[in-house]
Design a protein around this ligand. Structure first.
Ligand code: SF4
Ligand code: SF4
Length: 111
């Protein structure tokens, strides 16, 4: 089993719309690759693949529940950096565990 549960999960990247301010895009001075995003409103963007069902972020690599990685990990947007802050050490919150449940994965220990 991987030390970091996220490396064998990826459920959140295939459950929620990942929305953030367009100022985070690399062509607007941020670091998130704009080519992997879609415009939502005049000021908001989302990761491509997360705007409509079936949700799967365009940057997600691998098989959910087995072995996954983020192709833009160093440059991922703020919601990804903030989501499931303690999941990496085995503690899931409600949104993390709900995503896991939707993909048939057991919950992490509650915080
Ligand atoms: S934060 Fe939770 S749902 Fe997201 S990859 Fe980690 S364990 Fe899975
Ligand atoms: S950018 Fe990376 S961490 Fe964020 S939803 Fe996509 S695959 Fe997951």
């Amino acid at each position: 089993m991987a030390l970091n549960p996220c490396q064998s999960c990826g459920a959140c990247c295939a459950t929620y719309r990942v929305t953030f301010h367009r100022g985070e895009l690399d062509d607007l001075g941020g670091c998130v690759p704009a080519a992997l995003t879609e415009q939502v409103t005049a000021v908001m963007a989302c990761m491509r693949g997360t705007g409509a069902a079936p949700v799967r972020c365009a940057a997600l690599r691998g098989e959910i529940g087995r072995d996954v990685s983020c192709a833009i990990y160093e440059f991922r947007p703020s919601p990804c950096r903030e989501f499931g802050a303690l999941a990496a050490v085995g503690q899931g919150d409600e949104a993390c565990n709900d995503a896991r449940r939707r993909h048939g994965l057991p919950p992490l220990e509650a915080t």
